[in-house]
Design a protein around this ligand. Structure first.
Ligand SMILES: Nc1ncnc2c1ncn2[C@@H]1O[C@H](COP(=O)(O)OP(=O)(O)OP(=O)(O)O)[C@@H](O)[C@H]1O
Ligand SMILES: [Mg+2]
Length: 240
């Protein structure tokens, strides 16, 4: 994956939540974002996935030069999958309908193919017996797995995950992280916000350490975890 950020700023009110971020990465297929709460991780993921507009600066991902233009963003969002920190499932649809609706309406699957694909993923994520439940009837971990299943259902070129294992118990965490590793092996380009440092070390080609709206350090897992340069990252590594 190519990931180029040029002087990216995102402002809410008078606060620069992302404060003039620049980076240029080539051939890094799995990029993870780590850092303290409130540092801007989710905000950066929203910009990269085309769900929030950049205040100023430029973002290029692979061949996509992101534009603050609704028509562009609608097309761009068809090529990517995202699992938000708060899942964003459709509350009025059952588990299986949450997947089939997207496949049919956005990706032009016919009814049978959509149902087959959704069923396959539900079984893979141990949600087969919950297929007809509404999100409110699912546990946090089940909702999270459903959101992941939906995001990968149409095999997007780019997948964005915001803390994909946050609501999972250890066993399911292993399961979900295994799925993400498999996506990497299949060649999907991934950007992942995570607080699982073991996983970040294991799966990342490159890690961004984001704090106070800045990329304070970035580098390979070894550079970040074994040779942190700043006091701030050293302390972060000690407590995680
Ligand atoms: N829509 C918004 N309006 C105003 N401020 C916002 C908005 N979204 C985020 N912020 C602020 O931007 C900052 C960064 O938030 P963000 O959600 O990106 O942090 P984060 O690194 O993902 O944190 P966490 O680890 O807790 O999820 C926070 O101070 C937050 O309050
Ligand atoms: Mg967040």
């Amino acid at each position: 994956m190519r990931l180029k950020l040029e002087n990216v700023v995102k402002t809410f009110g008078s606060v620069n939540v992302l404060d003039d971020i620049s980076i240029d990465l080539v051939d890094k297929n799995v990029v993870t974002i780590i850092g303290p709460s409130g540092g801007g991780k989710s905000t950066l993921l929203y910009l990269l996935s085309g769900y929030k507009e950049i205040t100023s600066g430029n973002i290029t991902i692979n061949e996509h030069e992101l534009q603050n233009d609704e028509k562009f963003l609608i097309e761009y969002r068809k090529k990517i999958g995202i699992v938000f920190q708060a899942y964003n499932l459709f509350p009025h649809l059952t588990a299986i309908q949450n997947i089939t609706l997207v496949l049919e309406k956005v990706h032009n699957y016919n009814k049978k193919d959509a149902k087959d694909r959704a069923s396959e993923l539900l079984v893979h994520f141990q949600l087969g017996q919950h297929r007809n439940k509404f999100p409110i009837e699912l546990s946090g971990g089940q909702q999270q797995r459903l959101a992941i299943a939906r995001a990968m259902s149409y095999e997007p070129e780019l997948l964005f995950f915001d803390e994909p294992s946050a609501a999972l118990d250890p066993e399911l965490t292993v399961e979900v992280l295994g799925t993400i590793k498999k996506l990497k092996e299949e060649g999907t380009h991934l950007v992942i916000v995570t607080h699982e440092m073991g996983f970040a070390r294991n799966v990342s080609d490159h890690i961004l350490y984001l704090s106070g709206g800045k990329i304070v350090e970035h580098g390979s897992p070894t550079e970040i975890f074994d040779h942190p340069k700043t006091q701030c990252l050293k302390r972060f590594c000690q407590i995680h």
